[in-house]
Design a protein. Sequence first.
Length: 366
Amino acid sequence: EKNGYDHFMLKEIFEQPKALEKTMTGRLNKEAKQVEFEELNWTHEQIKNWNKISIVACGTAYHAGLIGKHVIEELTRIPVEVEVASEFRYRNPIIDEKTLVIVVSQSGETADTLAALRQSQHLGAHVLAITNVVGSSIAREADEVILTMAGPEIAVASTKAYTTQVLSFYLLGIYLSEAKGTLNDEFKEQLVEAITAIPEKIEEILEHTKGIQWYGESIKDADSVFFLGRGADHAVSLEGSLKLKEISYIHSEAYAAGELKHGTLALIEEGTPVVALMTQEAVSEKMLGNIKEVKARGAQVLGIAVEGDMKIWDYVDETCFIPAAFSILTPLLTVIPLQLIAYYTSLALGNDVDKPRNLAKSVTVE
Ligand code: M6R
């Protein structure tokens, strides 16, 4: 069942290029260079009527939603809020017929997410589910469903479900932009082409994992690990930090790099491991400044940057380069080394990688 891999998690990490291809199939039209969703029966009028999108989910699916916010706001200019389902359901959310609620859930059975779906419908919102399981409670109750084609995910730590959820947000963003008229054709075509190329780029990353393995092993005795980034890099680093906590049991945190001076910097001392993501072109100089700040306090920095961006080189201890891509798309690439760091750290510690302590794959009780 593990296809020669030692763990389901590793197998599932390596399945990501295929899972993404499958999720694109029938939706991303490579010839026409556009996105089609047969499963969505929305009119342009309906889409234009939504003045807000609310994304609600738990854990890794919530982190996919954070990328979704960046993507949808950028591509459609529709305001997007993202909230964890356990918070959303117990307050009085401002949701009505003019809101599109998107619930994200690999299993389609998460209790809090299902409750948020029901509450949203009760308040008059239209609910779209992004889920990996046909016939799940969430798939059945939502008004519309985008099915991710990740295939069964066995490891408790979610990997391929996350990347297919993130991909769904790119496709959805492009799809919604048609009704909103927010993208020019040239950019849209370039984006579609760039998305098509993502699985190959992930393959490239997966061909060279030695350095990442070494890094994962090197942090196994750390008390704390910090992930720093800005914009989409910050959103993806929250996922990297969750992966590490979940299976290595090492405390870790992801901080928006600009927040360093507002408190976190006090935690950096000689030898503190810091994973610094620097793939967002618009803020890369700012990010480099943050890397210098932690380096000056003795941090051991692994820099994750885009191939060819050599300016990071002099300021970090290790570097992991990802293939070049539009800044908006890099989360699909940077998350791969982050997943692998968590995997190799957990492995080096002798933990049960696929079944971490205290956790269950599907959280059907709150
Ligand atoms: O099935 P769901 O996507 O609704 O599950 C949500 C979370 O429980 C899940 O993503 C959890 O955070 C993972 N174990 C993280 O790897």
